[in-house]
Design a protein around this ligand. Structure first.
Ligand code: ZN
Length: 678
């Protein structure tokens, strides 16, 4: 599970933290287009690693980039064709590059790169191109056909006829993933996880037949395959060496093999080798074996994620998108998360959930603060700030989970947000602003720590309850559970006792921001007329709306008007905490018992619907600020330094590459899949 930042524009500022030293000039903002700001992150501490660690990181980082095309294809079967066509136009265009049409195409291409496809990375709806269809057709026809990703024997006209509606017709493939509604969620979703004509009923039946009732250690069914219909029969096309996406996976394996030679210890070497074995066989039992080895390695400094991991892109939450991160531990900041995990059992025992749903013995919640060095696949350029893995419930239960807070990313967010006018516009008064300024960064990080290393790791599912039973609502409810756990404990005296917070009032900064975000300001990410779709956003609105409504008679939280503008006012922080606790107990019950109907009602009643009047107001106020509601990150350029004998003597990072340059370089050097993978 990943945590993504609530809203890039509203973190507080932080004092007393040194800037990491860099040789080259560092410019944080790399690009700005549509609703996106692209930032750079720094890698403080990289220079102090050993050469062996740097070389390990180097090869893991190469492996992190090798799978880029996989995600494009998973997100939609025309994405590689569209990306390659637009890149060919972009690099070969001989006309006026300053014309409105060309600029529109450039912006569209930048969005396709950012989202790894034609649907918004977060809102999941299809972009509407800011250039005319005729311009596109002219550009394509002017290109040398050998530069176009034509199908075998396809004419340029046929190619245009195939691609044009995918780009320009809003009714064709309108949403990458459809999470709710009474229709067929599989058929309605434009992702490429299921073959043409496969229905929701067929998918459910197919996997129901595979699952063994009562199996205490089920594999993650369907995780690494596309389910297609061949000659009327459903089969899984497995993503592995020799299977689907083999061309990219072979490259990943190649770099992992090189990385293994630089492993810090035998356990880490075994982890990498087991991952390789899994990529070769596609066997999900081997993936579980890998996950167990990985979660149990808490001593290596360097760590990584590489594989088919998160399932947010599949309406059924089974098929995983490809992603990778490479990182090393931030030892100083990890003292904080160590304290939290050492006390995990105390937090579990004292949570407001029913004792029947508690873990009797919390298994090794390992938590650390990390510095990322490379992001790939579904972690790039839009980046999580926290990760908690593995996702398999039984492994979490028996072997624990590993949870990380990515502090060089949260720091970059924080720096980019200082003084941007957001809090001046939306926060009720100076008192709240001052509290956010003073404690915002600290409580944000702590919220992420608690969410990842305690929230996701807490509670049990009662025996016999299907872990997939909450279906399309499971992601939202799981995020709500983790957020509520964090919110509830942020206000607990235990945090003061443990020295994690100094001021008993600090939590109010996070409470205020959470409510403001969930009730109002996250709506800036939603287009007029639309509802809330993304799981993390649904979760935040669900929590904020629910406590707002339950506390309404006592005015725990109010929406107040001033000069015609709406503000969130928190009147009773104590009571607000109690309400968070009550909702936590209920969400835990829903998860533990697999109460689908109650879960559905909670999400649909509180998490989805948008008040159109408030939405319009928030959009208007936000537009005046001229901020980007979404942010993402470029990677540093990582290079081997060699001596006269060709031996690697160092690995250097460079932060000067631009957004377009990086994307074109990746498309040139890390693109291995055919245009059509079906
Ligand atoms: Zn989470």
């Amino acid at each position: 599970m990943t945590t993504i930042i609530a809203l890039a524009a509203c973190t507080g500022q932080k004092a007393g933290k040194e800037d990491p030293a860099t040789d080259t000039a560092f410019e944080q903002v790399a690009d700005r287009f549509a609703d996106i700001e692209v930032l750079r992150y720094q890698v403080p501490g990289f220079e102090s690693l050993t050469l062996q660690q740097k070389q390990l990181i180097y090869h893991l980082s190469e492996a992190a980039l090798m799978g880029r095309d996989i995600l494009f294809d998973q997100n939609g079967r025309y994405n590689l064709a569209i990306r390659r066509t637009l890149e060919a136009i972009y690099t070969g265009y001989k006309g006026d590059r300053e014309s409105a049409d060309f600029k529109g195409l450039e912006t569209y291409l930048k969005r396709v790169w950012f989202s790894s496809g034609i649907h918004h990375h977060y809102a999941v709806d299809k972009f509407s191109p800011g250039f005319p269809q005729t311009f596109f057709a002219d550009c394509v026809k002017q290109l040398d056909p050998s530069k176009l990703p034509l199908r075998e024997g396809q004419t340029v006209d046929a190619f245009l006829a195939e691609l044009t509606p995918v780009l320009f017709d809003p009714t064709v493939m309108p949403r990458r993933v459809v999470q709710s509604g009474d229709g067929d969620l599989i058929q309605a979703s434009a992702n490429n996880y299921y073959g043409a004509g496969v229905t929701l009923k067929e998918v459910e039946d197919f996997y129901a037949k595979l699952k063994k009732p009562g199996d205490p250690r089920p594999i993650s069914y369907g995780l690494n395959s596309r389910l297609v219909k061949k000659d009327g029969k459903l089969i899984e096309e497995v993503w592995k060496v020799g299977g689907l996406y083999s061309q990219a996976i072979e490259k990943i394996v190649g770099e992992l093999e090189k990385a293994a030679a630089f492993a810090e210890n035998d356990a880490q070497k075994k982890i990498i080798e087991t991952l390789i074995a899994y990529y070769r066989s596609g066997d999900l039992k081997t993936f579980d074996a890998y996950s167990i080895l990985w979660v149990e390695d808490t001593v290596s400094d360097v760590d990584f994620v590489n594989g088919f991991i998160e399932t947010y892109g599949d309406p059924l939450g089974m098929k995983a998108s490809w992603e990778s991160t490479v990182n090393f531990i931030n030892k100083e900041a990890t003292k904080r998360t160590n304290t939290i995990s050492e006390n995990a059992q105390w937090f579990e025992d004292h949570s407001p959930t029913d004792p029947r749903f508690k873990k009797k013995a919390v298994k090794g919640v390992s938590a650390k603060v990390i510095t990322v060095t490379m992001l790939g696949g579904d972690c790039y350029p839009a980046t999580p700030i926290g990760i908690n893995l593995p996702n398999a419930n039984w492994i979490r239960h028996e072997h624990g989970s590993k949870s990380v807070t990515i502090e060089n990313i949260t720091e970059a967010y924080d720096k980019a947000s200082q003084g941007n006018g957001f809090n001046e516009e939306f926060v009720w008064s100076d008192a709240e602003r001052e509290s956010i300024r003073k404690y915002g960064f600290e409580t944000d990080n702590l919220h992420t720590d608690l969410h990842e290393c305690l929230g996701h790791g807490s509670g049990i599912i009662l025996p016999g309850v299907d872990p997939d039973g909450l279906k399309a609502y499971s992601s939202t409810l799981e995020e709500a559970r983790a957020d509520l756990f964090a919110l509830y404990y942020l206000a607990d005296a235990k945090l003061l006792e443990l020295g994690l917070l100094k001021d008993p009032e600090a939590y109010k900064a996070e409470y205020y921001k959470y409510m403001m975000n969930g009730l109002m300001t996250q709506l800036v990410r939603i287009e007029k007329g639309r509802q809330v779709e993304e799981a993390h956003m649904r979760n935040r609105q669900l929590i904020a709306r629910w406590v707002y409504e339950k506390g309404f008679p006592e005015k725990v939280v109010e929406l107040k008007k001033r000069d015609g503008e709406t503000f969130v006012v928190v009147n009773d922080y104590d009571k607000l905490r109690t309400l968070f606790g009550e909702l936590l107990a209920e969400v835990q019950r829903i998860k533990s018992e697999g109460d689908y109907n109650a879960g559905k009602a909670l999400v649909e009643n509180y998490g989805v619907k948008v008040d159109p009047e408030l939405h319009a107001e928030v959009l208007e106020r936000y537009a005046k600020l001229n901020l980007a509601p979404y942010r993402g990150f470029l990677n540093p350029v990582m290079k081997e330094v060699k001596n006269g004998q060709g031996e690697v003597t160092d690995i250097r990072l460079d932060y000067t590459e631009g957004y377009v340059e990086q994307m074109l370089r990746y498309s040139r050097d890390y693109s291995f899949l055919p245009t059509y993978n079906n």
